[in-house]
Ligand binder design. Structure first.
Ligand code: HEC
Ligand code: HEC
Length: 527
C-alpha cells in the first residue's frame, strides 16, 4: 500500500466522520435526501429493486463501517463523492441500517480505537479464517444474512487475489470454508434482522442538550472532572462546552462538535486545552449517560475514558480520587458526582477508622482532608455523601503490581509515519488477612525494560527499541535501518516491561511484555 493510501484514510475518515468541516444541512433533510442521493450516486452499479438497492440495503454497519465501504467504493470502484454528499449518505445509512447498542457492545473497543485491546472471541474457526488480517470486531460489527456474508468472501478473494497466501491462509482450504459453511454460520450469528434493532428503531429519539457532570480518566496521567453544557443545533448536531479541572486542581476548558449517529453513536471533534481530540462515545438508552473513549486526533493510542451524567439525575458518586488510602496517612480526597451540594450530601462518611476535615462542598464535588487511623483495618470502605455512595480502599501494604496492559505493541516511527507509543499503568493490589486480593488502583512506578529472551538479549533490543518516560509511556525509536545493529536491522525489540512501585522501605515489582515492531502503514477506522 502506498503512503497516499494512508493519507487518504486519514483525510477521508477525518473529514467525514470526525473533522466535520461542513454540514449545514438539517438532519431531517439529510435523511430525506439520503435516499435520493443513494439513488443518484449508487444505483448506477447497485441495481434498484423493491426493497432498496442491491447489496447496500441488505447490510447493517456502524458509521465507521459505512465509511470504510464508501472509501472502498472510491479506491477500488472509482466513485468520487463530494464531502457533503458522503456525509449525508453515511448519516442516512448509519441511522436506517445501523447496529443497536446491544449489537455493537462487544466490538466497541475497535470503534474506540483502544490500543492493545483483546479481540472478540468468535470461536477457533472464525478466529483463524478471519482474524489473521484484521480484528474480529470488524466482522462482529456488521449484520447481514448468509448470502451477503458469502458475497463478502467473494469480495475478499476478488479484490485481494493473494488473500489465500496471506496470513498463513494455505494451512486450510480457505476459500472452500469461506464460501461454503462459514457464511451460514456468520449469518446465524450476525443476521440482518434482529429484535434488538427493531426495538431500537421504535424507541423515542433522545435530546442530549442540557447540563452534564463529567469524569475523565487519563492512563498514566492526571484524571479530571468537571461539567459539560451540551447544545443542540438546528440541524440536530451538537456543540458541547467543557469546564474541567484535573485532580491536582489545574483548570482547563474545551469545546466539541458532535454528530450522533444511529441515535447513540456520539462522534465528536474536540479542542480541549491545547489538544485536538476525537470522541467516540455511546449514549445510554435512556439518554442520561454518555460513556466512551477520547483520544488524540493524530495518535489514537493516546487517550482515556469519559463518563458524563445529566446534572439533573439522581444523587450519584461518579468517581472517588484517589481510589485508595494507606492506613496512617492523610490525603485530600475528591468525590465527583450528582447531588453533592451542602444539604443533600450530608452526612458525609469515608467509612470506619477515617476522619474527614476541611470539607468543601460544591454541587458536583466534595473535597475533604481524610485521615486514616494507623491501626485501621484494611479493606473496602463505603463512601457516603447523603444518598450517593462510592468506594474507597484502605490498605497497609502493596502486595502485587500488575502491569496493564500485560502485553502491548509499540511501533517505531519514521518518515511520514508517526511512531505508536504504548502506555502502561502499574495497578496495585493488597492482600487482605483472609487472602483475598483487593485492587488499589494505579500507583506511581519507575519504568524500565529488559530483554524478553536470549535472542533479544543477544541483539540488544533494550538498547535500540526506545525508552520510557516518567508516566509509563514507552516512546519507540525512529525506524531503521540502523547501521549500529546487526545486519543494519530496524529498531524493533522484544522486551520485558518492569514497573517498580515504592511501598514503604521496599519496592514491589510488576512485569509486562512489550513488542516494538515496524510501522503501521494503514490505519483504517476499524482495525
Ligand atoms: C462504480 C460502481 C459502483 C458504485 C457507483 C457504487 N458501488 Fe458499491 N459496490 C461496487 C462493487 C463492484 C461492489 C462489490 C465489491 C466490493 O464490495 O467492493 C460494491 C459493493 C458495495 C457494498 C457491499 C460491500 C460489503 O459490505 O460487502 C456496499 C454496502 C456498497 N457497495 C455501497 C455503495 C454505496 C452506498 C454507493 C453509493 C454511494 C455505492 N456502493 C456505489 C461498485 C459500486
Ligand atoms: C488475508 C487478509 C484477510 C482475511 C483472511 C480476511 N479479511 Fe476481511 N478484509 C481484509 C481487507 C484487506 C479488507 C478491506 C478493508 C477495505 O475496505 O479497505 C477487509 C474488509 C472486511 C470487512 C469490511 C468490509 C466492508 O466493506 O464493510 C469485513 C466485514 C470483513 N473483512 C470480514 C472478514 C471475514 C468474515 C473474514 C473471514 C471469512 C475475513 N474478513 C478475512 C483482509 C482480510
Amino acid at each position: 500500500m502506498s503512503i497516499g493510501f494512508v493519507k487518504n484514510w486519514t483525510l477521508v475518515a477525518g473529514a467525514l466522520l470526525l473533522g466535520m468541516g461542513c454540514h449545514s444541512t438539517a438532519q431531517a433533510a439529510a435523511h430525506a435526501s439520503g435516499e435520493n442521493l443513494m439513488r443518484a450516486y449508487c444505483s448506477g452499479c447497485h441495481q434498484e429493486h423493491a426493497g432498496g438497492l442491491e447489496r447496500i440495503s441488505a447490510i447493517r454497519k456502524t458509521p465507521e463501517g459505512w465509511i470504510m465501504t464508501l472509501v472502498r467504493m472510491r479506491q477500488v470502484h472509482g466513485l468520487v463523492l463530494g464531502e457533503e454528499v458522503r456525509d449525508s449518505i453515511v448519516r442516512y445509512l448509519a441511522d436506517t441500517q445501523g447496529l443497536a447498542p446491544a449489537e455493537s457492545a462487544a466490538g466497541r473497543f475497535a470503534l474506540e480505537r483502544r490500543p492493545n485491546a483483546k479481540d472478540v472471541d468468535l470461536g477457533p474457526d472464525i478466529g483463524v479464517m478471519c482474524g489473521r488480517c484484521h480484528s474480529l470486531a470488524r466482522v462482529s460489527l456488521q449484520r447481514r444474512d448468509a448470502d451477503e456474508w458469502r458475497k463478502l468472501a467473494a469480495t475478499h478473494v476478488g479484490q485481494w487475489t493473494s488473500i489465500e497466501y496471506s496470513a498463513s491462509g494455505r494451512d486450510r482450504p480457505w476459500w472452500q470454508i469461506a464460501s461454503g459453511p462459514q457464511p451460514d454460520k456468520l449469518g446465524s450469528m450476525f443476521p440482518f434482522s434482529s429484535t434488538a434493532w427493531r426495538d431500537w428503531q421504535a424507541r423515542p429519539a433522545r435530546d442530549l442538550s442540557g447540563a452534564w457532570v463529567v469524569v475523565g480518566r487519563v492512563p498514566g496521567g492526571k484524571d479530571f472532572y468537571g461539567t459539560a453544557r451540551i447544545d443542540r443545533e438546528a440541524g440536530g448536531d451538537y456543540q458541547a462546552h467543557y469546564k474541567l479541572a484535573d485532580i491536582a486542581g489545574f483548570e482547563f476548558a474545551g469545546d466539541s462538535k458532535a454528530i450522533v449517529y444511529t441515535g447513540y453513536e456520539w462522534r465528536g471533534s474536540a479542542q480541549v486545552g491545547d489538544r485536538a481530540l476525537r470522541e467516540v462515545y455511546a449514549v445510554s438508552e435512556d439518554g442520561n449517560r454518555i460513556t466512551g473513549r477520547w483520544f488524540d486526533a493524530d495518535h489514537a493510542e493516546e487517550g482515556g475514558e469519559w463518563i458524563a451524567i445529566r446534572e439533573t439525575g439522581p444523587a450519584e458518586v461518579l468517581a472517588v480520587f484517589p481510589q485508595s488510602l494507606r492506613a496512617g496517612s492523610t490525603a485530600t480526597v475528591t468525590l465527583v458526582g450528582n447531588g453533592l451540594g451542602a444539604a443533600a450530601a450530608s452526612p458525609l462518611s469515608f467509612g470506619a477508622a477515617t476522619v474527614a476535615t476541611h470539607v468543601q462542598r460544591e454541587a458536583h464535588r466534595i473535597r475533604a482532608l481524610v485521615k486514616v487511623a494507623p491501626d485501621a483495618a484494611p479493606g473496602l470502605r463505603t463512601v457516603s455523601a447523603g444518598g450517593a455512595l462510592g468506594r474507597l480502599v484502605v490498605y497497609t501494604q502493596i502486595d502485587q503490581i500488575d502491569v496493564v496492559p500485560g502485553y502491548a505493541i509499540a511501533r517505531v516511527g519514521g518518515g511520514r509515519i508517526d511512531p505508536v507509543t504504548a502506555q502502561f499503568e502499574a495497578i496495585a493490589s493488597t492482600r487482605l488477612p483472609g487472602g483475598e486480593l483487593l485492587g488499589l488502583g494505579p500507583v506511581e512506578a519507575e519504568w524500565t525494560t529488559s530483554a524478553f529472551d536470549a535472542e533479544a538479549k543477544r541483539t540488544e533490543d533494550e538498547k535500540f527499541a526506545g525508552h520510557f518516560d516518567k508516566r509509563g509511556r514507552f516512546l519507540p525509536s525512529p525506524a531503521g535501518p540502523n547501521p549500529a545493529r546487526e545486519f543494519s536491522g530496524d529498531n524493533v525489540g522484544n522486551l520485558t516491561v518492569l514497573a517498580h512501585a515504592p511501598d514503604g522501605k521496599h519496592t514491589v515489582e510488576g512485569r509486562g511484555h512489550l513488542v516494538v515492531t515496524v510501522q503501521r502503514w494503514i490505519t483504517p477506522p476499524i482495525y
